[in-house]
Design a protein around this ligand. Structure first.
Ligand code: GRF
Length: 221
């Protein structure tokens, strides 16, 4: 991503879109030097589509159920995204597994956020799994997307305590607050040309990031 051009972002969602909202707010406040070119959901009823429309951002639904195969959906989605010529694709609660060809096409310019301290708990039900394991802390991780599910190089993570008596819902809400801070920050770094994927490692200002990504302290913005 060259430093002196505006970063064009396409955001993929499936649901509420609270992370999308954090991106909308960060661009409106000038914290994120980027243009959200479009928001695309695989679920036509996703609340996040309304958030996009309210912010004046083009919003489209591409219903995976109307495709015969994963490959057909992936290729229609790829074509739709490419039409916006994004520098960066953001998966923000996008609940579809994307095929290897799709992932390779966007390699180095697609980020995901996962609600756990990766490499712990890839996949679903992360909060309940952390509680069941008796973990004292949980969190979220932003990572580059590679062919391995939730397995690409981490960029940044934030930790929260697991409190006595926590339910998955309470813990999820605590983690989500952090998600809203670290995800736009990672995108800001990318837009500034400071964050790149070099081979299979994430680099920030020309140096390899730690294996678990930068550790967010809260004083980073
Ligand atoms: C977040 O917890 C995110 O980490 C996960 O899905 C959730 C999406 O929430 N991948 P929202 O739609 O951004 O509110």
């Amino acid at each position: 991503m060259p430093r002196n051009t505006t970063c064009n972002i396409v955001i993929l969602i499936s649901g509420s879109g609270s992370n999308l909202q954090a991106f909308i707010d960060a661009t409106a406040q000038g914290d994120l030097p980027a243009n959200i070119a479009a928001v695309i959901s695989n679920r036509p009823s996703a609340k996040g589509l309304d958030r996009a429309r309210e912010a004046g951002i083009p919003a489209a639904a591409l219903d995976h159920k109307s495709f015969d195969s994963r490959e057909a959906f992936d290729s229609a989605l790829r074509e739709l995204i490419d039409g916006y010529e994004p520098d960066l694709v953001i998966l923000a609660g996008f609940m579809r597994i994307l095929g290897a060809d799709f992932v390779r096409h966007f390699r180095g310019r697609m980020l995901n956020i996962h609600p756990s301290l990766l490499p712990k708990y890839p996949g679903l039900n992360t909060h309940q799994r952390a509680i069941d394991a008796g973990d004292s802390e949980a969190g979220a991780t932003v990572h580059f997307v590679t062919e391995e599910l939730d397995g690409g190089p981490p960029v940044i993570h934030a930790r929260v305590p697991v409190e006595p008596g926590d339910t998955a819902e309470l813990l999820a809400a605590r983690v989500l607050e952090k998600e809203h801070r670290i995800y736009p920050l990672a995108a800001q770094w990318f837009a500034q040309g400071r964050l790149i994927l070099n081979g299979n490692r994430a680099e920030f200002d020309g140096k390899a990031l730690p294996a678990s990504g930068y550790s967010f302290s809260g004083a980073d913005l």
